[in-house]
Design a protein around this ligand. Structure first.
Ligand code: PLP
Length: 223
């Protein structure tokens, strides 16, 4: 207990949120931390700035400007003799994960076609949980563009079991594979066995080396 008390007194920790793409909230955070240090006149050995650095989930959205965040931290360190700790999550692993899924059925819904995948909201919860949009790419590219609107959905009987609706996607057929991008953070860690759905196999790919890091679950593993 005494040790814990000593460590916590040496460190001031903040974490202002997640998926932050603007450097300005970080500048404001550093100003606030700076004024806390000045007011308390306490010498913290460490300042933990937390995580929250956002990533771009779409080609249209820019990444966080790390140069500007870095320069705000440098200005802060000119005033305070301390060591900085970060708690990055998504910014390190967000774009390293891809969910590969097979099309099990294409349902005709008039102007819209429902592309039913073998992946569902239990495998990637972010779209159902807070409306997150992930880029979807075809695994085998073709130049054949579909005139239909494609709604990519899972096979679970829930209105939220959908990923994204896209126009001008390449023509798809059953048994084609698609890749759901940037699922490295809050992907597998938020997944569940909802609807008794076993979790998929997890592969680690480095260059040409492929390793199974988690086996595909079987029903007997979850019952
Ligand atoms: C205290 C704390 N630190 C770090 C993180 C990681 O955040 P991110 O993945 O947005 O970088 C979280 C996420 O909720 C958090 O609560």
């Amino acid at each position: 207990m005494k040790i814990l008390k000593n460590i916590s007194l040496q460190c001031l920790s903040v974490h202002i949120g997640s998926q932050i793409l603007d450097h300005k909230p970080y500048e404001r955070m550093l100003k606030t931390v700076s004024s806390i240090i000045s007011k308390t006149k306490y010498k913290f050995k460490f300042i933990d700035l937390g995580g929250g650095m956002g990533i771009s989930y779409s080609d249209k959205i820019k990444n966080l400007n790390y140069k500007k965040y870095n320069s705000a931290i440098r200005d802060f360190l000119k005033k305070h003799d301390t060591k900085i700790i970060f708690e990055p999550g998504r910014s390190i692993i967000g774009n390293t994960g891809t969910l590969i899924s097979k099309i099990i059925y294409i349902k005709d819904g008039g102007a819209k076609k429902f592309v039913i995948l073998d992946a569902a909201m239990n495998d990637l919860m972010r779209p159902a949980l807070y409306g997150a949009v992930h880029k979807i790419l075809p695994v085998n590219k073709s130049k054949n563009v579909s005139k239909n609107i494609y709604e990519f959905v899972g096979p679970i009987c829930e209105s939220t079991d959908k990923f994204v609706t896209l126009k001008k996607f390449q023509k798809l057929k059953e048994k084609d594979f698609i890749a759901i991008c940037d699922v490295g953070a809050y992907g597998m860690s938020l997944s569940s066995n909802y609807n008794l759905r076993p979790k998929p196999v997890e592969l680690l790919i480095k260059g040409r080396t492929i390793k199974i890091i988690k086996n595909r679950q079987k029903h007997k593993d979850i019952i």
